[in-house]
Design a protein around this ligand. Structure first.
Ligand SMILES: *Cc1c(COP(=O)(O)O)cnc(C)c1O
Length: 291
């Protein structure tokens, strides 16, 4: 995002994450002090609500306090996880989202819309109008003179655009907020259930616990370590894919290769989970035997 806005990589400072993969608030504060001491002008914190890799949520409420105190803009990347705000049982996991200055939120992820329906929510609409609004003879004519309410073309870079929001609109009209909330809960519960099934089997190690519908894990039979384990887990993923059993792709978590599942489809029944897990287990044992 920063790159699109014209900032060079050197102007973006990465903040460390804690051992539970959340943005480390202490490191952020130390960097703010250090940057200002060097004469730099920090102006924005970017937090994540639902990391794609692990489902982790940054401490948004705490970051909002810091942002307010230090006059910084707080942007939250909620592309994946902002939908949890609509959940019934788990909305507390994304508490604080409402304190952000802007939130990116993909409807084509966990609001079940088709590609590509994404949103940017901003606290103060005036910022969009002052950034993107244009006055021209043509536009003002089309809008029937200077209109009171902002026209869509005054709110983003696009003038002519497809009706991307239609899929979300239908989703909300047909399913309704209540049902969508339950569908989101279902995904979160499904990941918990995948985790429990893996833990009940010999040799499976949870790398990051089920969060927002995502769990990462690896096969660790205890017979090798380091690179050997990485190769085994890469091979498990490749074999499952090659044999058309499951698309469970590998991911690096804290430097080790693991496997990741994301359970946000409501089409998965309990039995639908059982079978692939048996397959994964069988494949893992076979891969190890061949090693
Ligand atoms: C998917 C995702 C993105 C990218 O969103 P697109 O709609 O694919 O462009 C950014 N951030 C997070 C956390 C995501 O999960």
């Amino acid at each position: 995002m920063a790159r699109v806005l014209g900032f060079a990589d050197r102007q973006v400072h990465r903040v460390r994450c804690s051992e539970v993969f959340e943005l480390d608030v202490g490191d952020l504060q130390a960097q703010l002090v250090a940057d200002r001491r060097q004469g730099l002008l920090p102006f924005m914190i970017v937090a994540t609500c639902g990391y794609t890799e692990t489902g982790t949520v940054d401490p948004i409420a705490e970051l909002a306090d810091i942002a307010r105190r230090e006059s910084l803009w707080l942007h939250v990347d909620g592309a994946y996880g902002a939908s949890v705000a609509l959940s019934h049982a788990h909305a507390h996991l994304v508490a604080g989202l409402g304190a952000a200055d802007s939130v990116a939120w993909d409807a084509h992820k966990w609001l079940f819309s088709s590609f590509g329906c994404g949103m940017l929510l901003v606290r103060d609409r005036g910022h969009l109008c002052s950034t993107f609004g244009v006055q021209s003879e043509l536009m003002d004519q089309q809008a029937g003179g200077l209109s009171e309410k902002p026209e869509p073309w005054d709110l983003s870079v696009e003038l002519t655009r497809p009706a991307r929001a239609m899929s979300l609109w239908f989703m909300l009209r047909v399913l309704g907020e209540e049902r969508i909330g339950r569908m989101i809960d279902y995904g979160i519960d499904t990941a918990d259930s995948v985790q429990a099934r893996l833990q009940a089997r010999e040799g499976w190690e949870i790398l990051t616990h089920a969060k927002l519908g995502i769990v990462t894990f690896r096969y660790n039979p205890g017979t090798c370590s380091g690179e050997g384990l990485d190769r085994i887990n890469t091979k498990i993923s490749d074999t499952l894919f090659k044999d058309n059993l499951a698309g469970i792709f590998s991911i690096r978590v804290s430097g080790v290769v693991g496997l990741r599942v994301c359970c946000i489809t409501t089409r998965l029944s309990e039995e639908d989970i059982d079978q692939p897990i048996q397959q994964i287990d069988k494949t893992a044992k076979q891969v190890c035997k061949d090693f």
